[in-house]
Design a protein around this ligand. Sequence first.
Ligand code: HEM
Ligand code: CU
Length: 662
Amino acid sequence: MLENINTFASKFFVTGDPMIYGADVSIVLATVGILFVLTYFKKWGYLWREWITTVDHKKIGSMYFIASLLMLFRGGVDALLMRVQLAAPDLKFLHSEHYNEIFTTHGTIMILFMAMPFMFALFNWVVPLQIGARDVAFPFLNSVSFWLFFFGAMLFNLSFVIGGSPDAGWLSYPPLSENAFSHGPGQNFYIWGVQISGIGSLATGINFLVTILKMRAPGMKLMKMPMFTWSVLASCIIIVFAFPVLTVTLALLFVDRFFDAHFFTIDGGGNPMMYVNLIWMWGHPEVYIVVLPAFGILSEVVSTFSKKSIFGYKSMVFAMMVISVVSYFTWVHHFFTMGAGADVNTFFAISTMAIGIPTGVKVFNWLFTMYRGRIEVSQPMLWLLGFIPCFVVGGATGVMLAVAPADYQYHNSYFLVAHFHQTLIGGTVFPYLAGLYYWWPKIFGFKLNDRLGKWAFWMWNIGFYVCFMPQYALGFMGMTRRLYTYGWDMGWAPLNMVSTVGAFLMGIGFLFQGWQIVHGILYAERSKATDSWGTGRSLEWSIPSPPPVYNFAVVPQVKGFDDWYLTKEEMNKPGYKAEKPQFEAIHMPKNSGIPFVMGACWFLAGFGLTMETTFSWMIVPGVIGLIGVGLCMFARSFSYDTDYYIPVDEVKRTEASLGRVV
Ligand code: HEM
Ligand SMILES: [Cu+2]
């Protein structure tokens, strides 16, 4: 009996590494701590009513943000562990398998569980406010999306302590990810964690696409939409076409692993390169999914703080739409070395370089917006100024990689590692941070401390160049990616040490930001002012901060692009008199617990199917989870009590308490 339990435990739990035991203990302690605090302060009801069951886009945005911050922490710790191992030759800090696991979890977490939810946080916080809507088109689905993302991410992270982490790289290429080479549950965690959250992302894409197309306030023609909303529309179009490819690809890999099929194995007539093509047909558009909203954020920030309308609005919109289409025709640049032949490689080399054109147009438009503007270097603007040089160099090295014959040299070298971090950190994380600082006062009613913010900015920026510039050189010196150690004779030691120092500087930057948020919650001056920066131009700056549940007491009538700016001009005219608003009862969606339960059922299903290859009886929880998902759908289909009205009196009372004219 005891022996049985022992063998079970040793297969079920990850053992053998002091770091893992440390993590086990801290997970248990943190969980007990959280449960204790919630019970002691009687916060369970509050948590359930206000957050877990919420369908309010602003709160869902906040939950996405918290999750992405936690994942940035985990992904960041992974990064630092790797950089410590590589700091000097022949270190024994991480052994080879452990290193493989860490770069896999780092890459997957950073892109799918950090960048994506950070982006969804901004979608949720901002889009309905910018288009004058009271919520997204499908608030219930929005909550489902969040919980699928959340439980998918948790499932993926669980692999650290149960079963073992995936180790076949962030895109899980076969043959490494096939049964023959990765027999344990690690790869299954990857499949189910990414699959479940991916379904959530697809639903979010559909939701925001419909929201932007159908929920705009009267008068807001497409060509009057703010740039951020445009960028979200472009990103969602890509999501809707790209994510189904991911779903199918992962499903095929699942069939290979569970039913011994041969889609991607050489024996039995499969082909691993088919997987590589499929995953990049999603993977390349995916990088544009995360980068287009970044462009949108920058366009808002640059015009607000240059106090000018964005330069070349139409060309900006056009550039974004071109990028969203062309991004489907470049995927082969990730494996020119596959050997598809000169003609195929030429096509993909040219299409990749072509993307540089609309991207360049955007950079020039931001510069021209600043030209002759009265520039105010606020925190969001600072990140924009950090972004431009970083992204330009990242883009230029991208064009170098696009030269197919030259890529035979760069491929899978540290040159590539430096390039993609430059676009992902400089081109995505920096702009998202600009957006965070920019819209934070709108969502929370206070600004984040300037001094701490400047420290964070400089740490991130200096750290970034110190960390990644040496890696370009290391790439030229022959250092390949995914390498866990190297010898003294290679001559790579000094640059690697410099790179590690840079990584830690970025880590310090992150700590400053954590402190900045805590500091803000504790000490920042609160302000309900609608136009937090004084120079806002779009509709979100016309309502109180934080906005009431219904956002707009009266649906705005949009006059033109930069509508709030136009309104302010009108208000400044002599003899202006505010019209008395005509309130009506407001139709709102009701909270629901189904999305959370459904997410939990997916988690159970995913966990069961993941562990099934180790313990066949785990199919039982797997099937129970799937049945639970079905029941949740059934329950939703038959619930009729899904919405309510906020009566006029209550709207008036709320507006009056926010200092508005009633
Ligand atoms: C905060 C600073 C960061 C540092 C110091 C860092 C460092 C690293 C290191 C050392 C590797 C492994 C390279 C190798 O051995 O091949 C790596 C891989 C990777 N990183 Fe980062 N990283 C950072 C942030 C990010 C961010 C923000 C993202 C995405 C949004 C990201 C995405 C990736 C991806 C996709 C990989 C490839 C994983 C693979 O080879 O499967 N990283 N990073
Ligand atoms: Cu690509």
